[in-house]
Design a protein around this ligand. Structure first.
Ligand code: FAD
Length: 244
């Protein structure tokens, strides 16, 4: 593990906070591939001091800093500790970037789908795809504006890049949430919506709650999208969606 410094802490919304990380000694951080994560050991004292959790890197790959974006779990050990205890200037221990959930080179249209906090690896893939000038459809499903992570950042990428299209789903919009401005669709991305709006010949990457991922996987397989065009990551124990 490497000792690094938290140099910024930004509240994204009611549930998610981003932490910006630089090395402590000015040494370069190892460059990441789009989609990778780091492991972090933030607790310094007490019985939980060896607790380690994984967080996807959510910034543009290749920056000289890391950004992780953490959803606070009410009873969670590390996510709660990060939100409530870790402050700007603190040091934490992290691994180098890890993981095989990586955006592969391809000319096919790219579809990035996320549910909730599963947006984090999708964000770095979006940046990478924009750099490669790929056609991207970015589908983001969240509860409502209280959990709409990276809204302004994604809008700004979309406004600057005509090859990026977005579809934002609010499962349960607040009265103050405006359709057409804050979000595009109420409810979830149904089987019918996916079949009608996503390209069969695309490369698909997705991340989110297990039920969301199983639904996306089954729908894509039902559209005859081949296994090798389907890529996903679980934020818990890894499972093969084909066997669930
Ligand atoms: C590859 C990978 C990438 C990931 N990327 C991200 C990311 O970008 N952002 C992100 O936020 N997360 C990410 N995660 C998930 C993250 O690693 C943690 O699993 C998550 O933050 C929960 O950790 P925790 O220590 O807070 O919760 P834990 O203490 O490990 O608890 C796990 C769950 O159990 C619940 N729980 C614990 N104790 C109780 C109790 N007494 N009663 C009821 N419920 C309880 C918690 O609420 C929590 O939901 C990723 C995971 C993986 C594997």
């Amino acid at each position: 593990m490497n000792k690094v410094k938290i140099y910024n802490k930004v509240k994204e919304n009611d549930v998610v906070t981003s932490f910006y990380i630089k090395s402590e000694d000015g040494k370069e951080l190892k460059k990441n591939e789009a989609g990778q994560f780091i492991a972090i050991k933030p607790i310094k004292d007490g019985e939980n001091k060896s607790a380690i959790r994984q967080y996807s890197l959510s910034m543009k790959p290749g920056e000289d800093f890391y950004r992780i974006s953490i959803k606070r779990e009410e009873h969670g050990l590390v996510s709660r500790y990060m939100h409530d205890n870790v402050q700007i200037g603190d040091t934490v221990e992290i691994s180098d970037p890890l993981g095989n959930f990586i955006l592969k080179e391809s000319n096919k249209p790219l579809v990035l789908l996320s549910g909730g906090i599963g947006v984090t690896p999708m964000m770095s893939m979006l940046y990478k795809a924009v750099e490669q000038k790929r056609d991207v459809i970015f589908v983001q499903a969240v509860l409502n504006s209280t959990a709409h992570t990276f809204k302004d950042e994604i809008n700004s990428i979309k406004n600057d890049n005509t090859n990026v299209k977005t579809a934002i789903f609010y499962q349960n919009p607040l009265e103050s949430d405006k359709k057409g401005k804050d979000y595009d669709f109420e409810g979830v991305a149904t089987k019918e919506w996916i079949e009608e709006n996503l390209p069969k010949d695309g490369d698909f990457y997705f991340c989110g709650p297990l039920g969301f991922m199983k639904h996306v996987y089954d729908t894509l397989r039902g559209m005859d999208v081949s296994e090798d065009a389907i890529n996903y990551e679980m934020f818990g124990p890894s499972k093969n969606l084909a066997n669930l």
